[in-house]
Design a protein around this ligand. Structure first.
Ligand code: ADP
Length: 264
């Protein structure tokens, strides 16, 4: 569905940032893109959306091609972004307006706006905060409003670019929970992070190192075979514990139950 075919990119000639990267992400997958700071993850996310164009190779979303100007508008509609700092994304003064603003921009008919907004806020469990001021919410709630604003636009894919990294542990768990709920509803989720705890429950991991794709596979194989320290990454605590205790089965991070019990 989303295909990178031998993609190369640089900001300055002679200093490659993405080198010969190829992969295909299928509809409905939950993919984590991991790698140390500066490895090229955000650049890859911007290439996905056509915000940056490859110097070599092609990037396609189904039949749409980011190198074709005529396709870019549709690609922007199909891919939503959630960034690190939700505050940067807020433009209006209430949660309701925040979600409606994007819908006005893409000229959704007025009679359809309300149902789209209600649906999006329900999906992130923020339906009781319509009149709240986004800036007064907790970090996790702010990020959930930012997600609702994207959801209301009905993209096929949501890219979370380090979207949990500024949040406290509770906020982080809330956002991870929403990501997994959206995935269960059939949405394609791309989660960019350098926090390894967060990738345990992904279906697939892409490891980027110095602009190159070093691993593409499931989390169990990743943690069993990849020497993560060589990529300036740290094994998740539960995996380290499992290895230290030499247990036969990996410890399942029972994070979903944990969040359910403390849901606000
Ligand atoms: P990551 O998301 O993995 O932290 P980035 O994609 O942000 O990595 O950055 C990859 C490399 O590209 C880094 O060396 C970074 O300094 C460089 N870079 C990122 N954005 C720009 C830019 N706008 N201009 C020049 N260099 C950039």
């Amino acid at each position: 569905m989303l295909t990178f075919d031998h993609v190369h990119f640089y900001y300055k000639k002679g200093q490659p940032v993405v080198e010969d990267v190829s992969f295909t992400i299928k509809a409905g997958e939950f993919v984590s893109i991991v790698g140390a700071n500066g490895s090229g993850k955000s650049t890859i996310a911007k290439l996905m959306d056509g915000l940056l164009l490859p110097k070599e190779g092609t990037i396609k979303l189904q039949q749409l091609d980011t190198s074709k100007t005529a396709d870019l508008f549709e690609i922007h509609q199909q891919i939503g972004f959630v960034f690190q700092n939700p505050e940067d994304q807020f433009i209006t003064t209430t949660v309701m307006d925040e979600v409606l603003f994007g819908l006005e921009n893409i000229r959704v008919p007025r009679e359809e706006m309300r149902s789209r907004m209600d649906h999006a806020l329900l999906a992130v469990h923020m339906e009781d905060y319509l009149d709240s001021m986004p800036h007064q919410l907790s970090g996790g709630q702010k990020q959930r409003v930012a997600i609702a604003a994207i959801l209301a636009m009905r993209p096929q894919i949501i890219i979370f670019d380090e979207a949990t990294s500024m949040l406290d542990p509770q906020g982080r768990e809330q956002v991870l929970y929403i990501m997994h709920e959206l995935h269960l509803q059939g949405m394609t989720i791309i989660h960019i992070t350098h926090h390894m705890e967060e990738v345990l429950s992904a279906e697939r991991i892409l490891l980027i190192h110095k602009g190159r794709l070093q691993f593409d596979g499931d989390p169990l194989t990743f943690f069993e075979t990849v020497p993560v320290a060589e990529y300036q990454l740290q094994l998740p605590f539960s995996v380290r514990l499992h290895q230290t205790l030499q247990l036969e089965k990996p410890i399942s991070p029972d994070w979903k139950e944990g969040i359910r019990s403390q849901w606000p």
